[in-house]
Design a binder for this molecule. Structure first.
Ligand SMILES: [Zn+2]
Length: 296
């Protein structure tokens, strides 16, 4: 009986051991599974966070790029606005501003500051080539050389206004400026007669070169019924005393770039190389498909 009881007790202990072992193993399995799952979740979270971080970084880069593009566009618009402010006043005659729609290439030869001792030679070269040009005369020079003014006009060239004194500093105010322009106009009228009614002028030193500060002057000019024109091509004969022909031709080749070119040259006593270069200037423009016209 005692043995039987002892045996039962051993069996019970064994059962308990098996149950405990089972429980223990169960807990280990569950724990391991939980840890694995937790690790997996953590890994997934890390991956997702990494992915989110990458997306965020990409978004920041994209936004930065967009900002940069917007800044560039704004800058360009501002530049264009400035450009238009410079070259856009109504009444300004700027044939190079828009591309020609007639498919032609036209060169407008212009001579500033005359008349001078070189005028006759310039007119002969133009006549030999059947070309009409535009002369922007200084009033004081016109007074001294009235026969040359008549010769230019009678041979079909356009005689424009380059102020009376050419000593404009653009600090004397618009009234004095207009009075100087008006005085030149009176001189030209007195030489050419009442039929002379060209109200085309060129600012001494050009208009665009002075930036925005000439806006009141151009406004006054336009109100008084004038138009004005700069240039977009030149031989550079004003850069230095009397640049050599190769230098002048080099500049012309460099600056002849659009299908309408307004070529700046000077008709003054010292610019003898301008006269020497003129046949080559004309030939170069002809070879490049340009015909010639006056600004009117
Ligand atoms: Zn000038």
């Amino acid at each position: 009986m005692l043995i039987k009881k002892k045996h039962k007790s051993i069996n019970k202990k064994k059962k308990m051991f098996v149950i405990r072992l089972g429980l223990f193993l169960g807990i280990i399995v569950i724990s391991t599974t939980c840890i694995c799952k937790a690790r997996q979740t953590s890994e997934m979270n890390k991956l997702q966070a990494k992915k989110a971080d990458t997306v965020k970084k990409q978004h920041i880069v994209k936004m930065q790029k967009e900002k940069e593009i917007q800044a560039l566009v704004a800058k360009q618009l501002e530049l264009n606005k400035k450009k238009n402010t410079f070259s856009g006043p109504p009444g300004e005659f700027a044939p190079w501003k828009t591309k020609r729609t007639d498919g032609r290439k036209v060169a407008y030869l212009t001579f500033d500051d005359g008349p001078s001792v070189n005028t006759t030679a310039i007119l002969k070269i133009l006549n030999d080539n059947s070309i009409k040009a535009t002369f922007f005369l200084v009033g004081t020079n016109a007074e001294r050389n009235s026969s040359l003014v008549k010769k230019e006009f009678n041979e079909g060239h356009v005689v424009g206004n380059h102020t009376y004194s050419h000593s404009i500093s653009y600090r004397e105010g618009t009234e004095n400026f207009l009075s100087d322009v008006g005085r030149c106009n009176e001189v030209l009228k007195s030489i050419l007669g009442p039929q002379y009614n060209v109200k085309l002028m060129r600012f001494p030193g050009g208009y665009l070169g002075h930036g925005n500060r000439l806006v009141p002057y151009s406004d006054a000019l336009i109100t008084a019924g004038y138009t004005y024109v700069d240039w977009n091509d030149e031989t550079g004969d004003a850069e230095g005393y009397n640049p050599t022909v190769p230098v002048l031709m080099g500049n012309l080749k460099k600056y002849t770039a659009t299908d309408s070119v307004v070529v700046l040259m000077h008709d003054t006593e010292v610019k003898t190389n301008t006269v020497q270069a003129l046949p080559q200037v004309i030939q170069y423009l002809k070879d490049n498909g340009y015909s010639f016209d006056t600004i009117h």
